[in-house]
Design a protein around this ligand. Sequence first.
Ligand code: COA
Length: 404
Amino acid sequence: MAQIQEYQDLVLDALEAVEFKLIRDKADINNDALIFHPAMAHQIFGESETIFGYQGLHVRVLYTAGPLHIYLGVEYEKRVNEISGGEIKADDVVATIAQSLPDGCYFINLDEFLKTLDKADKFQPFGEKLSEYSRRADDGSERLFEIYQCDYKSSSFLKFFTRLQTFILWFVDAASYIDTDDAQWCYFICYEKYKNKDGEYQYATAGYTTVYEYYAYPQNKRPRISQMLILPPFQKLGLATQLVETIYKFYQSQKNVVDITVEDPSEDFQRLRNFVDARLCLELKCFSRDIIKKGFTKEMVREARETLKLNPRQVRKVYELLRLYYTNVADEKEYRAYRLEVKKRLNAVYYKQLKDLQKMERYKMDTEMLRARLPNAKQRMEQLQEEYALIEQDYKNTIDKLRA
Ligand SMILES: CC(C)(COP(=O)(O)OP(=O)(O)OC[C@H]1O[C@@H](n2cnc3c(N)ncnc32)[C@H](O)[C@@H]1OP(=O)(O)O)[C@@H](O)C(=O)NCCC(=O)NCCS
């Protein structure tokens, strides 16, 4: 019994045990302030996100900050192999993580890994620089970031990108690696340009976005933003906002781009996109206070698509957001008109389902099962109110940022 308890104590939370670090300098190896943990580990360690067989386990996943060479190592106080006299074996953490890494693309010898760090000062961004961005750090110093676009498929770039995308299994929900052999992929990568201890500029990789350029008849394309990841030490610095704006500018200047879409956006990303899109639409004629108050128009879709390459669904969201921006919520009539407008959109699917049912009933079809699945009018009103409240809160948060 005591032994079972002892073994249970050896089941560890992978999210705590796994420690990432981006290494700029040898001294960083021992700097615990640089550690960040994964947001998820189910793709590596299974649904329970646990590691069995250790006490005091530290799984070190080190990346050189620019070229992202990888070191994998474990340190622990006790292991079940020794405690059980070899009867029970601890999980082979390095082998498990290595399965998710590209072939042979990691070091288990720290000295070998550090040799790559010696050459990291030569690391240069791939592709063409599209934009730069500076931001004041907490200590008052200026941090510089640059965004590059890369669509050439040199083997050194692809090897680098293969290492970069190893992060997504730990930080992006339901993520999978993209097929880099597919020429329709376009890569946007953000780097920090920083001064090393010799006072020379060096690059550290901060995040990236992949965009798939779908073909659109007859000679057009519809770029779809696929993965986006800003590495945790660089989050909340405005980099994703900058990256999205840079991607927009890149495609807005291309005549054969129909519009830009986003694949399955996370909530965080959708919020960010709403902010960027609303800020851009504020400058457009169709989104002026007077016009927006009269309701949603095809002209808005046309102008936002032609000028900004926004897709129609997103234009509708931006319209609602900006209409609230201009609505005087203290004026009950005006505010009520706004709520009705949004609720009408939210209710459209329910309304259509009801209409279909009524039609079927006119033809004497049996709709009992279908009706049972639909909420009744009272339930639907409650649902609608909840949906509306969430959306309004979301819009209000974005409006606060637009006004800041
Ligand atoms: C979602 C993600 C891309 C955002 O990246 P980011 O660089 O942190 O984004 P930004 O800094 O531009 O904006 C994020 C937030 O920080 C705020 N922010 C921007 N600069 C800031 C600063 N200097 N200080 C504090 N907050 C700041 C923004 O207003 C924004 O607020 P919100 O979350 O309320 O909308 C990033 O968190 C990430 O990679 N997450 C994991 C993967 C993921 O979800 N990807 C999207 C899949 S579609």
